[in-house]
Design a protein around this ligand. Structure first.
Ligand code: 2BA
Length: 109
């Protein structure tokens, strides 16, 4: 068995989860945030038999869009006038960042 962690944009989270559920995969949704942008994203956990792994990855890939996001980073401040200057940086975020790990034991009690 494998455990898939998929970090997707908040805007795609529900759609990816619905598509996985439609195909019979169980999903756990975690609210997470990225360390770089410090904004919310969605982490989906999917426990899946190895034979179905590719199907899960395909569903995630087909339903996660890549987006451009702009962040403003402070570059200087003029204290007396209380003016802050910022620099806009554009980054590409997603579609999805995916980790697949081996599951040693899976049990429901
Ligand atoms: P964030 O850390 O908020 O990163 C958002 C986007 O900012 C990244 O998109 C990437 O394009 C850019 N970025 C991240 N760190 C950067 C840096 N040090 N310098 C310049 N640009 C940087 P994605 O690569 O698509 O990642 C989306 C989210 O997936 C990340 O949000 C983070 O929550 C997660 N993620 C990505 N790689 C990861 C990893 N190796 N381990 C854990 N989480 C990861």
């Amino acid at each position: 068995m494998k455990l898939v962690f998929a970090i997707v944009n908040d805007k795609d989270g529900n759609k990816v989860m619905s598509k996985l559920n439609e195909k019979g995969f169980s999903v756990t949704k975690l609210c997470s945030s990225g360390g770089f942008l410090r904004t919310g994203n969605t982490t989906l956990m999917v426990g899946v038999d190895e034979t179905k792994l590719e199907e899960v990855l395909e569903i995630i890939e087909n339903n996660s869009k890549s987006r451009k996001q702009v962040i403003n980073t402070p570059v200087a401040s003029v204290d007396a006038a209380n003016i802050f200057m910022t620099n806009a940086i554009e980054v590409n975020v997603g579609g999805a960042t995916i980790f697949v790990v081996d599951v040693e034991k899976f049990k429901k009690v």
